[in-house]
Design a protein around this ligand. Structure first.
Ligand SMILES: [Zn+2]
Ligand SMILES: [Zn+2]
Length: 170
């Protein structure tokens, strides 16, 4: 991956435009949709991501951000085209800004829930102290764990062996 630090200008600020241009020119980012291109999919030249390449074929094609007009192959982002209905799950009507063709797009909505980080209990402005690791304890923790395990085992009620007195009664 390119390092944006290599694109620092004389004033120390990163020239993001040049960085993006280099990412596209070297095939790290799809020039059509801006998706990152990984591993074996990448060729070191201006190129498209897998999804965009699929939209270049005559078949039905799925893409996570772009819609293709079946008449003129124009690609567009629904939000940039103000076609927000296309974000609803199911079949939605789209129209092409370039050739005005109307067509149906099937939308699959998926969700990812990002839960917040754990709540920190001591937020008094005190510096976080690293807790000493318990390995420093005098008792060997490994041995103790083993002893506890044995203890649990021995506390289990002993079941009468099969074929005990109750069977023989009578
Ligand atoms: Zn793409
Ligand atoms: Zn079109």
């Amino acid at each position: 991956m390119l390092s944006f630090e290599d694109f620092e200008k004389a004033d120390g600020k990163v020239d993001w435009q040049a960085y993006r241009a280099a990412q596209v020119a070297q095939g790290y980012v799809c020039y059509k949709c801006g998706t990152l291109i990984w591993g074996r999919d990448r060729i070191p030249a201006k190129s498209r991501c897998r999804e965009c390449r699929a939209l270049n074929k005559p078949e039905k094609g799925r893409h996570s951000s772009l819609v293709r007009c079946p008449n003129c192959m124009y690609l567009f982002c629904p939000s940039e085209a103000d076609q927000y209905d296309l974000y609803d799950d199911g079949d939605n009507e789209a129209w092409c800004e370039r050739c005005e063709h109307r067509f149906t797009v099937t939308t699959h909505v998926s969700y990812t829930f990002v839960s917040p980080a754990l709540i920190e209990e001591d937020v008094d402005g005190e510096e976080e102290e690293e807790e000493p690791e318990e390995a420093g304890e005098e008792e060997g923790s490994g041995d103790r764990a083993g002893a506890e395990l044995v203890g649990v085992d021995s506390q289990q009620p002993k079941e009468a062996p099969p074929g005990s007195s109750s069977v023989r009664e009578g």
